[in-house]
Design a binder for this molecule. Structure first.
Ligand SMILES: [Fe+2]
Ligand SMILES: [Fe+2]
Length: 455
């Protein structure tokens, strides 16, 4: 995906030529046993001999976990290069480079060319300091660790703020647009990308929740009188539609009136109506995986916390791997591809013991033939939400490598993945909805807030 996407102009990996080293590690080394009583397992459980004891998804009591093992790939064999975890955890000699500090990013935030709602700006500044604290690293002997134990508390605080924002499109737009303006390759990993991926993942999850509530959980399906668009020029009768989502679109359209002049508003309204047609075309009689997930408040908290921590393992990667323009050599690529696993090591050390969140982090690049790391158990659907948010943000933002793709190019890339089966239809539509709603291409065209609210 972001490190290996075709969009970055790289060729796909050759098929691995050997068998990766599968090892069993104690369950307690991978997850917190205390936090685990009677919860469905994210992974298969083995005895020390490798005999399978319980399947992923099964509920199992704590005492059985104590003597159980889970399978991980300690060494990932990619192309022809094997990278042991311990070499990566060793800090590079040349690795004193750090991303911008909070004060520098704050100056960028203060320089945005519009007037955001004061509470959104204040909230984002608070988040910014929390992000920098979460992503602070510390070298202990020959290992890189997280310097702060506050990850869990700060992640929760950020997710709560972002999740509330997604109910208010105007406020939400301010947040993500400040992030777009303040972002630079120099603050990519430790602030801008993490904030954007969490924001998009939560925004998508909220939409999936509306669909699930209205069509599946307690069906109360409304009707929509379709609005003609260039893509849908023919008049049709009313179509079934989620009442919550219809109300959401009303709010979104009201936001467009406030934010933009007519020239910008028109294509955005057209796109909103096209998306309504796309939602109306989903057959909810089919067993969509996204409609079987729980998108409730607690689950969105876990999803958001995993999303904002999904790339934290990159703190272990040498700067030459992370921030060098151009294609990575096979060794560097193999190192980059281990970052979800490195993230798990880092998070465990700071008592971020939320098994499902760790499983989502581990799976966020796991889609498709070249997904990594290769996992024995199926990827949670929530990892796909993080995955699509991650790919979109990576393609649409300046980094040290790869160019910024246009909205159309990014959508074409994601659409190809959709056709490969990476996302189900409700997720694909909800994700496009979110990415259109907060379309980077229009950020610079928005009116200043105060001016817009006066008009
Ligand atoms: Fe990642
Ligand atoms: Fe990422």
């Amino acid at each position: 995906m972001e490190e290996n996407s075709a969009a970055a102009g790289e060729t796909p990996n050759p098929t691995p030529t050997g068998i990766a080293d599968q090892v069993l590690i104690a369950f307690g080394d991978a997850y917190s046993i205390d936090a685990y009583d009677q919860k469905p397992l994210p992974c298969d459980l083995y005895t020390a001999e490798g005999v399978i004891r319980a399947r992923a998804g099964q509920e199992i009591s704590r005492d059985r976990l104590a003597n159980s093992w889970v399978q991980v790939e300690r060494e990932l064999l990619l192309s022809k290069v094997t990278v042991p975890v311990k070499t990566i955890l060793t800090p590079s000699m040349h690795d004193s480079w750090e991303e911008e500090d909070a004060a520098t990013i704050e100056k960028r935030v203060d320089a945005v060319p519009f007037e955001p709602f004061p509470e959104v700006k204040a909230g984002l500044k608070k988040n910014l300091h929390q992000f920098k604290e979460i992503f602070r690293r510390h070298v202990a002997g020959r290992r890189i660790l997280l310097a702060s134990k506050q990850n869990r508390a700060y992640s929760e605080s950020i997710v709560r703020f972002l999740d509330d924002l997604t109910d208010k499109p105007l406020h939400a737009a301010d947040y993500i647009e400040i992030v777009q303006h303040a972002r630079a390759p120099e603050n990519y990993t430790s602030f801008a990308h993490a904030a954007a991926v969490a924001f998009y993942a939560l925004s998508i999850a909220k939409k999936l929740r509306m669909l699930k509530q209205d069509f599946i959980d307690r069906p109360s399906v409304g009707r929509w009188i379709p609005i003609k668009t260039r893509r849908h020029p023919k008049a049709v009768g009313t179509l079934p539609f989620s009442p919550q989502l219809a109300k959401y679109f009303d709010g979104q359209k009201a936001t467009l009136q406030v934010k933009y002049r007519e020239a910008e508003r028109e294509p955005l309204l057209e796109s909103a109506h096209d998306l309504m047609h796309d939602y109306a075309a989903i057959d909810f009689g089919r067993p969509w995986p996204s409609m079987r997930c729980d998108w409730g408040d607690g689950s969105r908290m876990v999803l958001g916390m995993a999303a904002l921590n999904s790339d934290i393992g990159k703190l272990c990667l040498p700067n030459e791997v992370l921030n060098t323009p151009g294609a990575l050599d096979p060794t560097e690529r193999a190192m980059a591809r281990i970052h979800p696993l490195l993230g798990l090591f880092l998070l465990k050390e700071v008592e971020f013991n939320i098994p499902r969140a760790l499983a989502y982090v581990l799976g966020h690049h796991g889609l498709g033939e070249n997904g990594y790391p290769r996992l024995k158990y199926p990827i949670f659907f929530e990892s796909r939400v993080i995955g699509i948010a991650d790919m979109y943000d990576a393609m649409r933002s300046p980094r040290f490598y790869g160019r910024v793709l246009s909205q159309e190019e990014a959508f074409a890339e994601l659409e190809a993945r959709y056709h490969e089966g990476w996302f189900d239809l409700p997720l694909w539509v909800a994700a496009r909805h979110t990415f259109e709603e907060y379309n980077h291409a229009f950020v610079t065209k928005r009116l200043r807030q105060s001016q817009a609210l006066k008009e």
